[in-house]
Design a protein around this ligand. Structure first.
Ligand code: 5RP
Length: 237
């Protein structure tokens, strides 16, 4: 473990280090986005450089692509890879069914496409992200910039008939400007506090014109690895 890490980074590193044990020579691997996923990319890079591991990686954001190249992982597009053996990514929340909220880092669209195109998705996280019911973390919804206020209004109207506790939405900002995803879209964060039926909410959200994708990952994750600050890990599947 690298020296001088904060307890939370020690936990993230522990989960990332355990997850790369599932990566085998010749695999095509989806590379997630975020601070936990970045540890996994660094660990994989070390295995490529020092142990001769031969893999190709499909990054889920420009940030991850940059880091993967820096650490020596061969980067290919999803079109080139076609289908992946494994995706390893972080999450903002996970529930007992291993359903997730993702998109805190704004990469939910590529993350969902890549994870769905994988035989297996492993989520790496720390214990603070485990919840009995999803929704404390604001649910990110990616929308096209054209008519985004109208789309946001439709989201709010739809939420009023859903089993959720809060209904406030906010356009994600980068300073004073709208935050832009890698696809040039905006993100509306939905402060729902508690999501009664994540599967239904995900389906209904994606039917709204202007919504590109939402951050609920339902039945996509196969395994969660929870890292502890003492270096221990716990597996859920
Ligand atoms: C990015 C994501 C991240 O996986 C999620 O936000 C967790 O990030 P971190 O590992 O930094 O806590 O979904 O879109």
């Amino acid at each position: 473990m690298p020296a001088e890490l904060s307890p939370i980074d020690k936990a993230k590193f522990a989960a990332a280090r355990r997850a790369v044990d599932f990566v085998e020579d010749g695999m095509k691997v989806g590379l997630g986005t975020g601070s936990t996923a970045a540890w996994m990319v660094r660990c994989l890079g070390e295995m490529v450089r020092e142990e001769g591991l031969s893999i190709v990686g499909v990054p889920t954001s420009t940030r991850t692509a940059e880091l993967a190249r820096q650490v020596g992982i061969k980067v290919v597009t999803l079109e080139e890879a076609k289908w992946l053996d494994l995706t390893i990514d972080g999450a903002d929340e996970f529930d007992p069914e291993l359903n997730l909220i993702k998109g805190g880092g704004g990469a939910l669209l590529q993350e969902k496409i890549v994870a769905t195109a994988s035989d297996q998705m492993i989520v790496i996280t720390d214990a603070a992200k485990e919840v009995a019911q999803l929704g404390a973390f604001p649910l990110p919804v990616e929308v096209v910039p054209f008519g985004w206020q109208t789309t946001r209004g439709l989201i709010e109207e739809m939420l009023s008939s859903m089993d959720v506790m809060g209904r406030q939405t906010a356009l994600r900002l980068n300073g004073t400007q709208p935050f832009l995803t890698d696809e040039g879209n905006y993100i509306v964060d939905c402060h729902l506090k508690r999501i009664g039926n994540p599967r239904q909410l995900s389906l209904v959200l994606n039917q709204i014109p202007g919504v590109v994708e939402n951050g609920l990952f339902i039945d996509i994750c196969d395994k969660v690895i929870i890292g502890g600050a003492d270096g221990t890990v716990e597996l859920r599947d």
